[in-house]
Design a protein around this ligand. Structure first.
Ligand code: CTP
Length: 435
């Protein structure tokens, strides 16, 4: 059933000369080894959609590790080997990463599958992947360079914009694929095909993911929450019945749904606002979404979530720290009257951008939203005009007192009690008289 089509033309149109040359080198080295070599997965999918994808996944029918060593020498790069899986990663001097996997013909049985013996290694490798649209390959050996390998009618599913599994046990083999299905559906504006959706609902009903102790659940959730517009993906998670698994304390009922939808809209709005102002700044949108979804949950529930999904200790500490500080700041600012700038500063100064945007998203009072915006755009950048050197010149001896003085100056500056250097000097000598 394989449809043969050569993509060389499309490749030269869409890819840089350097990438083409790289792929040709892979093919040439494969010929030296007498292996077939292919680029597979998301790269092929995105090429056919004319989108750039710089993740190169290579599959060779042969010893992938030996192949990777030789290829790395030729391209100039480091190799990280994963002996147990027969895979390797080459990191080129340019920073580009190439993953090399071995397609092995091993005994691998699906009850309802074609007899294993009839499958070539590449076919079996592709058959084990998540969705048809990710199960295409392009051959790289010189004599067949650019040949599209499509055993499962994937091109048609791409055209139909359909997310389809390759076989009925796909989610049994790997339930984290449910998150991937949603992520691809929302990212590319595709639709999870009817039968595939049924398989997802069945897997959810059968509670297939059990305790969720596969760390890939968390990895996939992060990726989903990091997509450009995560809201539809989160709604799809709820629609497919995954909330009780992810957030058992938020069992959906009408009120929560409406509240949650509102909260997601506010989160998206806070993120867009920040992105507009600080386009180049690095931050993790997934943290904001996760904190917002769990906004009404006590800290202990977030801690349980982290334990259940094997969140790495550093990330766990970060999430818990942000939530604690942010919730505390929200409470403080919401209960008092209009806060002074120095109070806003004090409430927010330990928070990261993620925690701040979370406060902004869940705040019910405009005053709190305004406080975040003023802190992010102005207050967080404020500093006293005087520094340590100035204090020395004024006759103060370095010590813990410096910190106290500079903090006092900062508060006065934030609350606009001082403007000039002379104002600051006057304030220091008044509040901290030299003996
Ligand atoms: N894959 C899979 N099952 C998973 C994860 C990955 O079958 N649980 C396969 C898919 O065929 C995928 C390939 O491994 O194409 C590489 O995975 P990844 O880099 O995560 O996927 P991409 O399709 O490149 O996704 P993205 O565009 O988000 O990088």
């Amino acid at each position: 059933l394989e449809r043969s089509r050569n993509l060389t033309h499309l490749m030269t149109g869409c890819l840089s000369g350097a990438v083409i040359e790289l792929l040709q080198t892979v093919g040439a080295v494969a010929d030296d080894f007498l292996y077939n070599a292919f680029v597979v997965g998301g790269f092929v999918r995105d090429l056919l959609l004319r989108k750039t994808n710089m993740d190169l996944d290579i599959v060779v029918e042969g010893d992938g590790i030996a192949f990777a060593r030789t290829l790395a020498k030729k391209l100039g790069g480091r190799v990280r080997e994963h002996e147990r899986f027969g895979t390797a990663t080459i990191i080129l001097h340019s920073g580009l990463k190439i993953d090399i996997a071995t397609a092995r013909l091993e005994y691998y049985e699906y009850p309802a599958a074609l007899p294993t013996v009839e499958l070539s290694s590449i076919k079996l490798d592709l058959y084990r992947r998540d969705f048809t649209i990710n199960a295409m390959a392009i051959q790289l050996n010189p004599a067949h360079f650019g040949r599209l390998v499509d055993f499962f009618n994937s091109q048609n599913d791409l055209k139909q914009m359909a997310i389809k599994v390759l076989h009925n046990l796909s989610f049994v083999d790997d339930p984290t694929r449910i998150f991937r299905a949603i992520r691809f559906e929302k990212r590319m504006d595709f639709t999870i095909a009817r039968h595939t959706e049924r398989l997802i609902r069945n897997a959810v009903k059968m509670n297939l993911f059990g305790k969720g102790d596969d760390p890939r659940f968390f990895t996939e959730l992060k990726l989903l929450l990091n997509e450009e517009n995560a809201t539809p993906a989160i709604e799809r998670l709820a629609d497919l019945g995954l909330f009780p698994f992810l957030w058992p304390d938020l069992r959906p009922h009408l009120n929560i749904d409406r509240r949650l939808r509102h909260c997601l809209v506010q989160t998206q709005r806070a993120i867009s606002w920040f992105k507009l102002l600080y386009a180049g700044d690095q931050y993790d949108p997934w943290i904001i979404f996760l904190l917002a979804i769990m906004g009404r949950s006590p800290l202990s529930v977030l801690a349980t979530f982290c334990d259940r999904f094997h969140v790495p200790p550093k990330t766990r500490a970060l999430l818990l720290g942000e939530k604690q500080l942010a919730d505390q700041a929200s409470r403080q600012l919401a209960t008092a009257g209009p806060p002074k700038n120095s109070e806003i500063h004090l409430a927010f100064k330990e928070l990261r951008i993620e925690g701040l945007l979370y406060v902004m998203a869940v705040a019910r009072k405009t005053e709190v939203k305004k406080a975040v915006s003023s802190y992010i755009t102005k207050l967080r950048h404020e500093k006293p005009l005087l520094g340590g050197d100035d204090l020395k010149q004024l006759g103060y001896r370095p010590g813990p007192i410096f910190k106290t003085i500079l903090e006092t100056l900062l508060i006065a500056r934030l609350d606009q009690e001082v403007k000039t250097r002379d104002n600051e000097i006057a304030l220091v000598s008044q509040r901290f008289p030299l003996r």
